[in-house]
Write a new protein. Structure first.
Length: 242
């Protein structure tokens, strides 16, 4: 019972540990806990297997001692022999009872651990599906508006885990590549221009505006030029899939 209670406490502590953490960090915590639980499950099952072997051996001894006592009494063994054999039988019975109790406790632990493991695995699946859903919402073509200056353009983005890659074209003939990350709904993109190199950092959030998904945030230049703005805002609207 103490082992089962400990598993319930572990579940509570795991939930407390991941509360407030980022999606990726929480997912890694759950995966680590899943791997730990699998190792503990394997150890519990190995122990249960050993106990089952011990139960078989103890039951065999118990039956053999009982048969020996019965046969000896039929052959006329005296009271001293009967008392000694009865004592051996009581010890064998006690051993069987102890082993059966240990096996019962181990089965309860395995059952509780299995239930907890399935809960952890279900949470991992839920988080991975949620991450994939966010990924589906990010990957694709976005029409962007950049201020100041009234620039417009297109970002083609692809998400792999938390890593974002892509290419862009902006009015004025600017084009190049994008690289960055998506953590939860927070996006960070580095804009690498085909001619000038690393020119700006775009940060923002993936948000819902009615039925529309948008990227909204700010940008900062890394390549300041005289008379050019060093920062501003940007908005992206995802184009419908063809």
């Amino acid at each position: 019972m103490r082992r089962v209670t400990a598993l319930a406490a572990a579940a509570f502590l795991l939930g407390a540990a991941v509360f407030g953490q980022g999606h990726e960090t929480a997912l890694e915590v759950f995966k680590t806990q899943r791997d730990i639980e699998k190792r503990l499950m394997a150890a519990d099952l190995a122990t249960l297997e050993r106990v089952q072997d011990q139960i078989r051996g103890a039951c065999d001894r118990l039956v053999r001692l009982g048969d020996d006592l019965l046969r000896a009494q039929k052959d006329g063994e005296d009271l001293g022999g009967f008392t000694a054999r009865s004592s051996d039988l009581r010890h064998a019975e006690s051993e069987v009872t102890t082993l059966l109790g240990a096996a019962s406790q181990l089965r309860a632990t395995v059952g509780a651990r299995r239930a907890y493991l399935e809960q952890v695995q279900a949470e991992i699946r839920r988080m991975e599906e949620a991450a994939q859903a966010v990924g589906d919402e990010l990957s694709g073509r976005w029409t962007v508006a950049i201020e100041p200056g009234g620039f417009t353009g297109v970002f083609d983005l692809r998400l792999d885990g938390t890593l974002v890659t892509g290419v862009y074209q902006i009015s004025g003939g600017w084009r190049g590549s994008l690289r960055g990350t998506l953590v939860g709904s927070d996006v960070r993109l580095e804009r690498i221009d085909a001619q000038q190199g690393f020119v700006a950092v775009y940060t923002g959030r993936l948000v819902a505006r009615g039925n529309e998904k948008r990227l909204e945030g700010t940008w900062e230049s890394t390549n300041l030029a005289v008379g050019m703005p060093g920062s501003g805002t940007w908005v992206g609207r995802r184009e419908a899939n063809p």
